[in-house]
Each structure stands twice: as C-alpha cells, then as structure tokens.
Design a binder for this molecule. Structure first.
Ligand code: PLP
Ligand code: COI
Length: 338
C-alpha cells in the first residue's frame, strides 16, 4: 500500500472491505466482510426518515514492532449501546462489537499506517434502523457496520492552536435531548452552525448550554477542557454533552501525573481564569485553542504558537501510550492479533 502516510488528512480513503451484521427477530447475524462500500437499503428505512442512527469513532495504532493495537474499544461498545437504548435500536453484545472491530482491522491490515508517520487507522462503527417503517416507530430490523479508513490529523498542523467561535444562534443539543449520545442527528444539527463558523474564519464552533447560554458545553466534534491559571485540569459537566472517551482518559492521565482534575459546570465568564484551552476527542486528539470569539468580543488564551506546557505534557504522554512508546498503566490498548 503506497499512500502518502505522513500527509493524510481526516478524509475517507477506500479500503479492502467493511464488516456488516444485520439484526432480525432478536438475533444478530454472524457478520460478513463486504468489498463494496455501497449498501442496498429499503427506501422506508427508519435511519433515512427518522434518524434512527448512531455511530462511534475509535483508532488503531501500529507500534514500532509492527503490531497493531486498538485503543479503548470497550468504551465505544458501551457508548454505542447507550445511544442504541436512547433511540430504541437493538443493542450489540460487547463481544460482537469487539470481534467486529478486530475482524475488520485484520482484513484491512495494510491500511494501518506505518509507525512514525503520525497516522492511524480510524474505525467507524455505525448502527442504524434498516427495517421499513412509515409510522414513527422503531425499526424491526437493524444493520451494524464497521468501516475503517487511515487518517492523519483532523486539523492540519498538529498542535497548532485554532480559533473557535461561540455559536450564539444555534444549539447542537436540547436540555433533555440527545446531546449525551452519539446520534447522526446531533451532527445534522451542527452542520449549519459549523458552516457559519467556518465562513467567518473559525475552524471550530463552541456551544454553550442550551438553557441559559451561560455555561460552556463542548465543541462541535470534541469536548472542551481548560488548564486553569492555578494549574487544574477543568472540563465541562453537562447532561447534554457527549461523554468523550479521550476526555475520560486525559482526566485519568492528569490525575496520574499529579494534576488536579475538576469536572463541573463552567461559566463562559471564567475564561479569564484559563491559562490553556483545548478541544479533545478521538479525531482531534488534543487541539489547543488560543482564541475564542463570542459575539463581538475576542478572548485570547494561552500561547500564540504551539501548546501550553500542561497541554503539551498531556499530549506527549497520551500519544506515547497510544503509540506504545510509553508503558500503558491503564490497560487501554488491546492487541489485534495474539
Ligand atoms: N464531543 C463530540 C460532539 C464528538 O463528536 C466527539 C467525537 O467523538 C467527542 C466529543 C469526543 O469523544 P471521544 O473522545 O470519545 O472521541
Ligand atoms: C471522533 O472523534 O471520532 C468523531 O466522531 C468526531 C467527528 C469526526 C464526528
């Protein structure tokens, strides 16, 4: 496979195959590796009409010895099932999810980027209602697929700080809605505000709480975290944000490194107390944010270039665990082959 591994962006790249399972009458199929990236779908599938669809995102890393490791897949299995319960889809036995991830990676081994290129294999599980239903009801049939694609950085430039714009006219989630699960519909709701932020020159959009627009929620595709001027790791607590697996890992890593961790509602006005701000997520890893615009006010945070010292330390440690360059004290990595 001769891809330009070091210059991959976050874009879909065709691979050998995906894996596909179907659920009917209470039973999941055995799963099949399918070459074609197309799917033959009923025109009345609930995913198409009523948004009965949820997905996940995780990564596999090739270590220096050539072996492939998956990062925290069990967490994605749990989160996909919490999404499934929220919109009344069939749940997946954890073993089936983990086996699907392993089988599809093995069938696409040559697409796992070489060690040292900074690229990894992005794994995208997708669960949706594929049964026909014209009344608004859950489908009676479901499809689960896992596709893989090699990726580089989500935002070009690695730890180059980004600018974010607070979305003042749009929310991505409702107070008692579905922001805490990973539904396709949440991302549909974010497309227009994201486009408007992009048009205004901001690669990232930051959402405030949908009740008062007073507290910081999260970015469009990642959680919000700040390092306070007194050295704490601070991240948002809200019922309408996605529980990020990266954020969970960084909180545990920070505590392990002796950095105090605080998870609580964060008022936007507290921004004056932050020494460093970042977005975190599977795709964005840790992306520093050094400017946040809210209406006509511009807030500058942290260094103008690169990451601040605490974010840099977290980034170095977190990615060193992912790449097998440092001991994994948390048991986050699972080998794809025995
Ligand atoms: N928040 C949103 C809205 C996301 O889309 C993502 C990406 O998955 C995250 C947070 C980060 O979650 P994770 O770290 O599990 O990838
Ligand atoms: C991820 O980080 O895995 C995401 O799902 C974010 C985005 C690409 C939707």
């Amino acid at each position: 496979m001769s891809l330009d591994w070091s210059n991959l962006g976050f874009a879909y790249q065709e691979t050998n195959c995906h894996i596909r399972y179907t659920w009917k009458d209470g039973v999941w199929s055995q799963g099949e590796l399918i070459k074609s990236p197309y799917i033959n779908l009923h025109i009345a599938a609930t995913a198409l009409h009523y948004g009965q669809s949820a997905f996940e995102g995780l990564k596999a890393f090739r270590h220096e010895d050539g072996k492939i490791w998956v990062f925290r897949a069990d967490m994605n299995a749990d989160r996909l099932n919490s999404s499934a319960r929220q919109i009344m889809m069939a749940e997946l036995p954890k073993e089936l999810f983990l086996d699907a991830v392993r089988r599809v990676i093995l069938a696409n081994k040559e697409f796992v980027p070489p060690y040292g290129t900074g690229a990894s294999l992005y794994i995208r599980p997708l669960l949706f209602g594929s049964g026909a239903q014209i009344g608004v009801n859950p489908a009676k049939e479901y499809t689960f697929i896992v596709l893989v694609t090699p990726v580089g950085a989500y935002y070009k430039g690695g730890l180059t700080p980004m600018r974010a714009m607070v979305s003042t006219d749009y929310d991505r989630a409702a107070p008692h809605g579905t922001g805490h699960v990973k539904l396709g519909g949440n991302y549909a709701a974010s497309l227009l505000p994201h486009h408007l932020a992009n048009q205004a020159g901001f690669p990232m959009d930051l959402y405030l709480d949908p009740v008062e627009h007073k507290y910081i929620e999260e970015f469009g595709t990642s959680n919000f975290l700040a390092i306070t001027k007194d050295g704490k790791y601070l991240t948002s607590k809200s019922k309408s944000i996605l529980p990020s697996i990266t954020n969970d890992g960084l909180c545990r890593l920070a505590a392990h490194l002796g950095i105090p961790v605080e998870r609580r509602p964060i008022e936007f006005a507290e921004i004056e107390n932050f020494a460093e701000v970042a977005a975190c997520g599977t795709a964005v890893v840790i992306t520093p944010v050094n400017e946040i615009v809210y209406g006509d006010k511009v807030y500058k945070v942290g260094p103008t270039e690169g990451a601040g010292p605490v974010l840099q330390k977290l980034y170095n440690n977190y990615t060193a665990i992912q790449w097998g360059e440092q001991k994994d004290p948390f048991g986050w990595l699972t080998p794809v082959e025995d």
